[in-house]
Design a protein around this ligand. Sequence first.
Ligand code: AKB
Length: 314
Amino acid sequence: MKKILVTGARGQIGSELVTKLRSIYGVANVVSTDIRYSEEESEKGPFEVVDVTDEKRIYEVAKDYQVDTIMHLAALLSATAEKMPKVAWDINMGGLVNALEVSRELNLQFFTPSSIGAFGPTTPKDSTPQDTLQRPTTMYGVNKVAGELLCDYYFERYGVDTRGVRFPGLISYVAPPGGGTTDYAVEIYYEAIKQKAYTSYIAEGTYMDMMFMPDALDAIVQLMEADPTKLVHRNAFNISAISAEPMDFAKAIQKHIPEFQLTFDVDPVRQKIADSWPNSIDSSAAEAEWGFKAKYDIDNMTKEMLEKVEEKLK
Ligand code: AKB
């Protein structure tokens, strides 16, 4: 039985991951932590305030609860990181090295997400291979590549069981993303229900990888449970479910809301980030080494997103 500490647990992934992990491993075996206190969160199960830039505090909580795994999610996303590059470096890299150090000291299994942002304009754009050129041009991407290498280093040098995936844009109706480049693919569903219209800050024809949150959560659990002898790669596996541009979302939404209208007002900062990322990544290493398989495509995801967002907004 695992005992897991989750950092950044109130963010977009953490809000759902903690619930999923508790349903598998038991409420008491998942310690939710975040920089912000939450009454609601502390009523659901073990919850502690942890600032990941404070290594001593991560150590204290990990030791007190005798966890055997850290899932380190606390990080700034791409668009926010571009606004505050130095803060992003401090949080994204400082938090990561602290969580890795605690994992080394206490001999813990370790997961942290990388991203399609770890690729750059010189990376092959279509079917981006698992092992390829990674020269990102954003602070977020620099953090993600350095993070992948750092996790490999802790595995090779200290034997820490580090594992990770390169997440595409994650789409969910539970918690909103904050400060990402792919956030339009969540906003579009809310606006489809509220206004029957959406203005995209990403230009028509800009393809990026996307995935519905249930597939992302399954991937984390599956990778962490995977037989280590089968893992050729560790940090981090390409995984994707959907390669789509804004019009693909509009067309999928129009199957349920025919009057839905998509217009464009491009944000140059986020567009530049999107243009530097792949159109579609190749998940075959994850499929071969630990059986990754997404259940959702754009159509079944859209149906569920529209139903759930409608219920939520009632
Ligand atoms: C972002 O847009 O920054 C994230 C990501 C793809 O890593 N959703």
